[in-house]
Design a protein around this ligand. Structure first.
Ligand code: FNR
Length: 347
């Protein structure tokens, strides 16, 4: 089953590698440049040690969480990743159905290969990820469409003013050629106007909020000063991320960046985190370091490739089950019981 993959970091990827076309696997797996950051992400979580509490009543453990007014069964979300029809024929609709069945939330990529209305029809709660493009009219149309389809929040990705070289750059992606949307997103990034706007500044947060009427989370923050500036500019939440090691290579691991960002923001807005989270115990560590919730990138894609919607549900259920077990063993009956003092050496 897809869940077997989370027993050990890398196992799920290995299974998916066997079922995916090589170019698709390489595209999903790749980091940028020398692939230093992508290689370090999981180890940064696994390097932390816990100080479990004993003799707390852990006869019932709750993993449910409130995020911007939405109640979720688990603090493990599906993050935005591009081109799901390269992993599975149904693409993002299968992902969305699988996430909904697990009681979690999907962040739909603006480089999705299914239309937002089709995804919304089978999704539970979902947010829409935005790249602010050089042609702001394209961005506005994408945002309007996501709002009309029922997105509950926007996630503005800010760590990608340019796309750096990756091992697979320039290779043709094995997207379905008979599908107009796939053709357009596949070549979209090479069309004038479709590249991310590198002139973007802090005011984009407020502009996007006014354009949509939705809360705007900022994804790709690694520094305390940027975190404070984004919150002051109106961010409704932050996602600590180095984009799965696909943007600035040698950017610090999100596990190492998270404590300072969480300390800078306090409880003003939720701080989420992604990158290299491969087990439910990694989730426990992330919450102890100050995250309200985590997002999974590649594991969702691998599970989609292996088992479609059911694979995605199995994956998220496994993370939740393992998080609950680890919480109980650490003496935490609720997410609110998880704090920095659970970490050996402190957050
Ligand atoms: C991504 N990521 C990403 N982020 C984003 O904001 N918009 C996007 O369209 C994409 N697309 C994308 C495609 C692929 C194949 C990957 C691997 C990643 C980054 C993603 O949201 C997330 O930050 C990382 O994937 C998290 O790291 P892990 O869980 O993959 O290690």
């Amino acid at each position: 089953s897809a869940s077997a993959g989370i027993r050990a970091s890398g196992e799920l990827a290995e299974l998916a590698r066997k079922v995916l076309p090589r170019a698709a696997y390489e595209f999903y797996a790749a980091g940028s440049d020398e692939e230093i950051s992508v290689g370090e992400a999981a180890a940064a979580w696994r390097g932390r040690r816990l100080l479990p509490r004993v003799l707390r009543d852990v006869s019932s453990v709750e993993t449910d969480v409130d995020l911007l007014g939405t109640r979720l069964a688990s603090p493990v979300l599906a993050g935005p990743t591009a081109f799901h029809r390269m992993a599975h024929d149904e693409g993002e609709t299968a992902t969305a159905a699988g996430v909904a069945a697990a009681g979690s939330l999907l962040v739909l990529s603006s480089r999705a290969t299914r239309h937002p209305e089709d995804v919304a029809a089978v999704a539970g709660p979902w947010w829409y990820q935005v790249y602010w493009l050089r042609d702001a009219e394209i961005t506005r149309r994408q945002v309007d469409r996501a709002v009309a389809a029922g997105a509950r929040a926007l996630v503005l990705t800010v760590d990608a003013p340019y796309v750096p070289p990756r091992a697979t750059s320039g290779l043709p992606l094995p997207l379905p050629e008979d599908d107009e949307l796939c053709r357009s997103v596949g070549i979209g990034t090479r069309l004038p106007g479709w590249e991310q706007d590198p002139s973007l500044g802090l005011d984009a947060i407020g502009r996007l909020h006014r354009m949509s009427g939705l809360p705007v989370l900022v994804k790709g923050v690694l520094r305390a000063d940027d975190a404070r500036a984004c919150v002051a500019a109106g961010a409704a939440g932050l996602i600590v991320s180095n984009h799965g090691g696909r943007q600035l290579d040698r950017a610090v691991s999100s596990a190492d960046a998270l404590p300072a960002v969480a300390a800078a923001v306090g409880t003003e807005v939720p701080v989420l985190v992604d990158g290299g989270i491969r087990t439910g115990t990694d989730v426990l560590v992330a919450l102890a370091l100050g995250a309200r919730a985590v997002l999974l990138g590649r594991p969702v894609v691998w599970s989609l490739a292996l088992g479609g919607a059911v694979g995605v549900t199995t994956l998220l259920d496994s993370y939740r089950a393992q998080l609950a077990t680890s919480m109980a063993l650490a003496g935490c009956a609720r997410l609110a019981d998880i704090d920095g003092e659970l970490l050996y050496g402190g957050p």
